[in-house]
Design a protein around this ligand. Sequence first.
Ligand code: MEV
Length: 438
Amino acid sequence: MTKAIAGFSKLSKEEKIDWIASTHFSNADDAVKTIKKYWNSDADLQKLHDEFIENTITNFYLPFGVAPNFVINGKNYTIPMTIEESSVVAAASKSAKFWSTRGGFKATVLNSEKIGQVHFMFSGDKGKLETFFVQIKSKLFSDTESITKNMQKRGGGILDIELRDKTAELENYYQLHATFETKDSMGANFINSCLEQFAKTLKEEALQFELFSATEKNIQVVMSILSNYVPNCIVRAEVSCPVQDLKEDKNISQEEFAEKFVRAVKIAEIEPYRAVTHNKGIMNGIDAVVLATGNDFRAVEAGIHAYASRSGKYSSLSHAKVENGIFTFWIEIPLALGTVGGLTSLHPLVKIALEMLGKPSAHELMQIVAVAGLAQNFAALRSLTTTGIQQGHMKMHLNNIINQFETTEAERALIKNHFKENTVSHSAVVDFIENLKK
Ligand code: MEV
């Protein structure tokens, strides 16, 4: 076990690496070499990345791929995706192409309200607290004017503030529950700044409210923070076509495919074990675009999974039906995204991603991200209900397996050719390579 170190964050980058290498690795030189191999030769760019977080010692690469041919609301997009899983971009591209000749994807933002809360403890008369809140509500708005001025110019701001009584669940616990419109920014800083001002006003005003007793005047603010659960910030994406247009080349009729597909979605609606994997496949598409566009994928993940459980039981985010010979497949998800602020103007590749998408508004980005999730889900279910998932997965994974061995270009070509016709498994590839080397 290594010893603890004091003042690590104050060391220079070189000193940090030296300490880590000498205390954590059997071969310190090799470790240092690998760490430094990923430094960028452009010192300014490296500095930019170093300063995103504390204690940066190197960069961690993820592939930045693109999925072309997406038609969304009649417009063509090439979607940037940042992800390590080998089959995701290929699957997205396949779905995009499939639906591009069947009317494309339709997407709509249903609403875009964000939420933040001041959690506080009040011990006393609830009626008096309500009177107090009514009295200070306009002051809560006016005290935040300097924070909301710019947001209001862009058409956003604080929508409403409510007092919520949570004492049935936790003694003396109340909230200021506020709703916000943050336009093209994700809005975390804006919301949190407003909330902290609400908390300050709440405490100060309580001290001066004549109806409160000495105890009641002493409101305890526990915390002020936005919620990543945004059930009123919803985007819907959909595809549909006549069942007979679902032409499949996989030894299955269109009708049988549609029926199996709808059933697979129904299973994810009622069976949480399946729903989690089903939704994970959706998140393959969503996270990849969220990450490429510099948005907070942890916030998106937390909010979406909470939404998937809103009935009290974890369920599918997507739905499918066949009605009057028309196959329809759709998704509705909460997404709090930004196209200004945060990393969007800092990370050069995020800027590239956003420009590739035509510099979308936050609403447009919500639509694109929801479509990426639906497309991914369609590709997964299409494989699962026909050929099985491993065929495509392992084909894509073949490169990763080959890369674990030293092979010549000619050998790679032979291996790939062989596995066009044969089932890919780790051991089959290893056996084939070993035979080839003999
Ligand atoms: C793998 O990353 C995602 C899938 O498991 C999704 C699904 O099962 O629907 C293929």
